[in-house]
Design a protein around this ligand. Structure first.
Ligand code: ZN
Length: 340
């Protein structure tokens, strides 16, 4: 990406091993993230450009001399943050704060929207999936890189269970994933706030019991009507813009939890007596440590219990990636799968 709206496909030097802990992975499938649309809107023009993509599944082609758990030919899922999986933060399940880890497409690490990529700390980062690269499960497995487990993180941080009513704000792929995650954790009442009927229909299929198309004050009022005036115990905010935060404050029940996984596009927000404090509201959320969740959720994807890959509604090759950004930005596509 060279700036807002400026995505190009280019020949770059081949990815290669640099550290003994690296693996070289050929990308089998990647995708475009809703969070990739933030720089697509606002990135200042840059001569150097930035590689893109942080969700991918690939096949290990080569391993460094210190890599012991992977071999050539393994099909692997890459979390959107790479990590050693051994430091104290990783052991606490917070791989996004790994002492030795980092993120794709920054600091000389490549992006996943590519033919191949160097994976640092490969033993800690990658998770093997026991399927072939032609498996029909790949789209659902790919959601374990980010989108489904980001929705799962929102629900886990909010402490969603059979006891809690849930509002999900946002009908993008993360919001729909949060619906599926809340349902899986036992929530019986899930109100989805979104206004694109084709998307909210998938939300209903994933477990939403109510859909509220209104936004702002009207949306808040509608959720309160649906909940006897109180709002819901948990609110999963999957957008990241200020109006979504304000909506979350408006629909959360006293004593409830607002859990944010949409990357906030603001630094200042109401947290005072009239918004959070006076009603004992907990504010939580952040980047999902997906590496901590993959092994738990992988079996349910493999046996078809859950099909989070239904969020993909368009597939492009590498040449089609710029148009994939355009289509997601124009909301013609919910989430775009990339097959290099
Ligand atoms: Zn770590």
């Amino acid at each position: 990406m060279y700036g807002a709206g400026d995505v190009r496909v280019e020949e770059v030097p081949d990815a290669k091993l640099e550290q003994p802990t690296d693996a070289l992975v050929r990308v089998v499938t990647a995708c475009i993230c809703g969070s990739d649309l933030h720089p697509y809107h606002s990135m200042p023009a840059s001569e150097a450009g930035s590689p893109m993509g942080h969700e991918f599944i690939g096949v290990v082609e080569e391993t460094g001399s210190d890599v012991s758990t992977l071999q050539r030919g393994d099909l692997v899922i890459a979390p959107f943050a790479w990590s050693d999986n051994t430091c104290e933060f990783c052991r606490e399940g917070l791989h996004t704060s790994c002492r030795n880890g980092g993120f794709w497409a920054v600091g000389g690490i490549g992006g996943g929207q590519a033919e191949a990529i160097r994976v640092p700390l490969a033993d800690g980062t990658l998770v093997k999936a026991p399927v072939g690269e032609d498996s029909a499960l790949l789209p659902s497995l790919l959601t374990l890189s980010d989108v489904f487990l980001t929705g799962h993180h929102a629900a886990v941080q909010a402490r969603v269970d059979v006891r809690t009513t849930v509002t999900v704000i946002g009908d993008g792929a993360v919001g729909l994933s949060a619906v599926l995650a809340a349902k899986r954790l036992g929530a019986e009442r899930i109100i989805l706030m979104g206004r694109h009927t084709d998307r909210t229909d998938l939300g209903r299929e994933f477990g939403a019991t109510d859909v509220v198309a209104e936004r702002g004050d009207a949306g808040v009022e509608r959720v309160r009507e649906l909940t006897g005036g109180d709002g819901t115990h948990t609110v999963l905010e999957c957008v990241g813009h200020m109006p979504a935060y304000e909506q979350a404050v408006g629909v959360v029940r006293a004593g409830g939890v607002i859990s944010r996984v949409g990357v906030p596009q603001y630094e200042k927000a109401p947290v005072g007596f009239g918004s959070l404090f006076g009603r004992n509201i907990t504010l939580t959320g952040g980047p999902a440590p997906v590496r901590a969740y993959i092994e738990e959720l992988l079996p349910e994807v493999l046996d078809g219990c859950i099909e989070p890959g239904k969020v993909f509604d368009r597939t492009v090759d590498l040449a089609g990636v710029p148009d994939g950004y355009r289509a997601m930005d124009a909301r013609e596509a919910l989430k775009v799968l990339v097959r290099p």
